[in-house]
Write a protein that binds this ligand. Structure first.
Ligand code: TYD
Length: 136
């Protein structure tokens, strides 16, 4: 998988005088079925998260509140996505190293994932990630 497979998904947004509503359906707005949802919140100042890759997991990152940057790295190039709107999702393909930085104090990051939690799917060592991605 390459960075070119990662992309911003413009999710449906239905707005009226009561506010906005956004929804996400598996295999429709994203290319996987949703097996797990988790969210990161109450970030302490200066906190960074991520710093790992996944062998097979597909994910969608959504800024439910606040803002943050997601730095994606496919072992050949990096790209930074600034997330600050709840109707945009960032699709993260397998075999992408990710760092979450510049997190605002009120940020809530929701992640939709294609699989249940499985520690064996993680690559937490960058050198190991580079090797697994075809760079030694
Ligand atoms: P981790 O994936 O390291 O967090 P981040 O992606 O922000 O770096 O997860 C932190 C801890 O939470 C780790 O002990 C594993 C656990 N965890 C679960 O039990 N289930 C989950 O779905 C997730 C994402 C993490």
């Amino acid at each position: 998988m390459a960075l070119a497979d990662c992309r911003i998904v413009d999710l449906p947004k239905i707005g009226d005088h009561r506010g906005n509503l956004t929804f996400i359906e598996g295999f429709k707005h994203i290319p996987f079925g949703i097996e797990r949802v988790y969210y990161l919140y109450d970030f302490p100042g200066g906190a960074e998260r991520g710093a790992h890759g996944h062998r097979t997991l597909q994910q969608l990152f959504v800024a439910m509140s606040g803002s943050f940057d997601v730095v994606l790295d496919d072992a050949f190039e990096t790209r930074t996505f600034h997330m600050n709107r709840s109707h945009y999702g960032l699709y993260v393909a397998p075999m992408i190293w990710r760092n979450i930085t510049n997190v605002s104090s009120e940020a809530v990051l929701m992640v939709l994932a294609s699989e249940r939690y499985d520690e064996s799917d993680y690559i937490r060592d960058y050198d190991e990630f580079m090797k697994a991605a075809g760079r030694s």
